[in-house]
Structure formats: C-alpha cells, structure tokens
Design a protein around this ligand. Structure first.
Ligand code: PLP
Length: 383
C-alpha cells in the first residue's frame, strides 16, 4: 500500500467546472472569482470576502489594510509556516515570536501581554492544524491594548470558536487554497473582514492599485477609464482557480466529515499507546481537522523522530512535520537574534512531532494500515 502525505479530493465536478471555465474563454479574474467570493462569504458568514492568488498574498494585503509601518511589531507564534512572519518583514517591521501550548500547538496567550511594546500593532494567531486559538482572550488583549487581530486561517476551513465561524472573529482573516489545504485550488487565498473600507482597499491593491475592478473594463457597458491610486500588486485570483475553488467549496462539509472520521479512527487506534501522544481537541471549539500531528515519546522508544519518519517511509506512508519553528531558521535567527532557549514548549514539541496523512479520499483500509504501521513501529522499537 502506498499512502502519500496528502492527496487533494478532486472529482469530475472539479474537472467539468474547470473545463467549462476554460471553454468560456474567460481565464483570469472575472465572473467565477466574483461568484466564489460571494459563496465563500456566505459559507463563513462574513460580509466581505476578497479573493487573491495565495494565502501569503492575503496576509500581506491584510497588513497593508491596517497600514503596518516600518519598525512596527507584530506578534506571531513560532510554530508556523514562514509565510505568517515573512509578510511582516515585507514592511521592514518585526515579527515578535511567541511560544506555544504543548498540547494544541497554538500560541500561548498568556505570553502575549509581556511581548507588547509601544511599537506593537497587531497579533497574527495561527489556528494550528485547524483548531482555533483562544480567540476570546486574544480579542480581549487586542481590544484593551489597541491592537489589530489578523487570523492566519490557512488550516481552518471550516472551524468554529464557540458559535463563531473562523472568518468572522478577528479584524481580518486570511485563508489559503494551496494544493494541500482544506480547500485546494492549487494556489489561492481569501481575506474576510467586516470592514468594508478594508475590503475595498484590498480589492484595489490586489490588482495594481487600480481604482475599480479591471475586469469590468472589458464587460459590456464597461468603460475604458481607470485610475491607479497607489502602488498595488498582481495578486488577483484567476477564474480557472475560482472554478476549482467553487467545486471544492461545495464539498467542504463532506471533506470535513471525512477528516473528522479519520481523526477519530486514529485517536482510537493509538489510545493506550505509551509511544504516541495524540492531538488534543478543546471542547469549546471545533477544528477543521486539517492535520493529525502525533508526538512520539522518546522515553518509550529506542528511535528518534527522524528514524520514526524513516520507518513510516519504509512502509510507504508519507508524513510531514508542522512545523520547523521559525526561531530555528537561519533567517529569523540571524536577523532577529532568536534563541531556542526562549521557546521551550515549541522545542519540546518539535523534537517529537510527526503529521500523519489526513485526506478525504483515504479508504478505511488505508486508515487502518497507517494505524497498524504506527503501532507496529512503536512495538518493534520499544525501549
Ligand atoms: C500554507 C500556509 C500559509 C500560506 O499559504 P499559501 O497559500 O501557500 O501562500 C500561511 N500560513 C500557514 C500556517 C500555512 O500553513
């Protein structure tokens, strides 16, 4: 059996949507993108949704919307993908890394206050693996200290914090439609916000700073006239991407159910294992179940994490590690002098971390094979 780390759930629906779009002759941003924005906005329950070409672009434009300035500081968890912090660097601002909770791998909210300085402008919580952060606490700190909250929701579609859907909580929320994300369009991203002015600014910035959506220029009755009002970017989504995204959006609930089921099967399959810690899910929020990160217990095993991954590889099971903490990367370490000693929980987690495959198309036999393989490796290499 061959089980890759991820496989997007693509059916004939996607294929025919894409073909229809290609045949329509409208390839770049146009009616499909508009339709995707409208349906996405309805799905998460946010009044404004602006589509862009990646999750990274979404984060970049969210920071443009709040007018981040050189020298500003933005609080970011260390256990994330570089995109979350690199966008801060685009502004010559400083990402201030904070440590995480050992069980959920989300940012440790109790550490936020002491990192706030007069230069702090925003917090970017990352909903690790799709499980929302402590958003009540984060919003309360942000409101009392005058900070913006930009959620990195690259993993969390759909997800809920209490009754609230992710996409309706922070000032701005950024989603990713990268090939491995819960909604896969190859590449793509979305910003949701309640603030109509920000949404409009992001619409302008995503297409060269042009003061109205350029595609309207070419439509019937449209005018040839436009104005460039500021330096913008080429960050628009294309209608081919939007076609894929639209058909994925319609099966989001089904894909979520499948990931939830796989998560449940894994956690049952590893219960009682001394070698494996399964992910923790808090009762007051609902994860998208995007990742299934296990932590191996070095005290119970004769092999380390890298060897455990190798053993899974020998059994043709693809894995990943989410993430190599940012403070460990040469760029962040050298530029901002981060030190491993300042992130004890992320270090503890990182050393043990393995993400197992979780994708909607996994068969029950494949799920069982992963469970048996992990348990078999744990037994064979028991200390
Ligand atoms: C994937 C990812 C991003 C970036 O999304 P892209 O669409 O690949 O640009 C940002 N943050 C996190 C946590 C991610 O996993």
């Amino acid at each position: 059996m061959q089980i890759p780390f991820h496989k997007p759930y693509i059916t004939e629906d996607e294929v025919s949507e894409v073909l229809d779009t290609v045949r329509s002759g409208w390839l770049t941003m146009g009616p499909r993108t508009l339709q995707f924005e409208q349906e996405f906005s309805k799905y998460v329950g946010s009044p404004h949704a602006v589509a862009v070409n990646s999750g990274t672009s979404a984060l970049h434009l969210a920071l443009k919307a709040i007018d981040l300035k050189p020298g500003d500081e933005v609080i970011v968890p260390t256990m994330t993908f570089t995109a979350t912090a690199e966008v801060v660097c685009y502004f010559n601002a400083t990402p201030i890394l904070v440590d995480i909770e050992r069980d959920t791998h989300n940012m440790d909210v109790s550490l936020i206050e002491k990192t706030i300085t007069p230069r702090t402008r925003a917090i970017i919580p990352v909903h690790y693996g799709g499980q929302p952060c402590d958003m009540d606490a984060i919003m309360e700190i942000a409101r009392s200290r005058g900070l913006y909250v930009i959620e990195d929701a690259a993993h969390s579609l759909p997800a809920w914090y209490g009754e609230k859907s992710v996409g309706t909580i922070g000032d701005l929320t950024c989603f990713s439609f990268y090939a491995t994300k819960p909604l896969a369009a190859g590449e793509g991203g979305m910003v949701t916000t309640e603030n109509g002015d920000w949404a409009e600014r992001i619409r302008v910035l995503r297409l060269h700073g042009i003061s109205k959506d350029a595609w309207k220029r070419y439509s019937a009755g449209g005018s040839w006239y436009y104005e460039v009002t500021e330096v913008g970017y080429k960050y628009n989504m294309t209608d081919v991407q939007a076609a894929l995204a639209l058909s994925q959006l319609r099966k989001l609930d089904f894909m979520w159910e499948r990931r939830k089921y796989i998560t449940k099967m894994y956690s049952e399959g590893f219960s009682g294992s001394e070698a494996i810690t399964t992910p923790t899910f808090r009762p007051d929020r609902v994860s998208s179940f995007h990742l299934y990160p296990i932590k191996i217990n070095p005290d119970a095993l004769t092999i380390d994490r890298a060897q455990f991954i190798e053993e899974l590889g020998k059994r043709s099971i693809g894995t990943s590690v989410h993430f190599i903490p940012l403070h460990r990367h040469p760029f962040y370490r050298n530029r901002f002098s981060y030190d491993e000693k300042d992130f004890p929980e992320a270090e503890w987690v990182y050393e043990r971390l393995i993400s197992l495959p979780v994708y909607p198309g996994m068969s029950n036999r494949e799920i069982e094979y992963v469970i048996n393989s992990v348990n078999d490796i744990s037994t064979k290499h028991k200390k």
